[in-house]
Unconditional design. Structure first.
Length: 76
């Protein structure tokens, strides 16, 4: 059961991040670990926003599929 709860928590986090990226209007920055800015883009219809959104949607779909598979497994 612990794995299911972990997937559910992760799914909620992903949905929250997707909601933020959908409603955010401003500049998006990408920084390296040494705090060097490597990319800056306005988020309205930007390539970076589209990429992040697509990755979040893919991750959400994957988590939802994992939960469905787990529901369909026979209980022992």
């Amino acid at each position: 059961m612990n794995e299911i709860e972990s997937i559910k928590r992760h799914l909620e986090q992903l949905k929250s991040q997707l909601n933020k990226i959908n409603s955010y209007h401003g500049w998006l920055y990408v920084w390296t670990q040494d705090e060097t800015m490597v990319f800056m883009d306005i988020t309205i219809d930007s390539e970076l926003r589209a990429l992040i959104k697509r990755k979040l949607e893919d991750s959400i779909k994957f988590c939802e599929e994992q939960l469905k598979e787990n529901e369909n497994e026979p209980k022992s």
